[in-house]
Design a protein around this ligand. Structure first.
Ligand code: TYD
Length: 137
């Protein structure tokens, strides 16, 4: 996997004078079977989250509230996605290093994941990740 596989997905937005509504459906907007969701909130100023890749887990990350940056790396390239709209999902396939930073006050990162939580699915050593990716090229 490389960074060309990381994609911003434009989610449906239903505008209404009572407020907006967005949604996502497996297969339609989410390019994997949804197994789990989790969310990250109350992140103190200056803190980072993530800082790993997954061997198999795929994710879609939505800034349901506020804003934050998602930095993705494939060992060769780096890209920064600023998420600040609740109708965009950032799709990250397995095998991509990612971390999140610059969380605004009251931001809420909602993550849809393709696998159960499994710490053995994590690659947390960046140097090992880069070595592995270089060998795979
Ligand atoms: P972790 O994935 O390390 O968070 P981050 O990468 O943002 O720093 O998860 C933090 C803790 O939460 C860790 O002890 C594992 C636990 N956790 C679960 O139990 N289930 C989950 O679905 C997730 C994502 C984390």
């Amino acid at each position: 996997m490389n960074l060309t596989e990381v994609k911003l997905i434009n989610l449906p937005k239903v505008l209404d004078e009572r407020g907006n509504l967005s949604f996502m459906e497996e297969g339609e907007h989410v390019p994997f079977d949804i197994r789990r969701t989790y969310w990250i909130y109350d992140v103190p100023g200056g803190e980072q989250r993530g800082g790993h890749s997954y061997k198999t887990n795929q994710e879609l990350i939505v800034a349901l509230s506020g804003s934050f940056d998602v930095i993705v790396q494939d060992g060769a390239e780096t890209k920064v996605f600023t998420l600040n709209r609740s109708y965009y999902g950032l799709y990250i396939p397995a095998g991509i290093w990612r971390h999140m930073e610059n969380f605004s006050t009251n931001s809420l990162a909602f993550v849809v994941a393709s696998t159960d939580f499994d710490e053995d699915d994590y690659e947390c050593e960046f140097d090992d990740y880069v070595t592995f990716k270089a060998a795979a090229r």
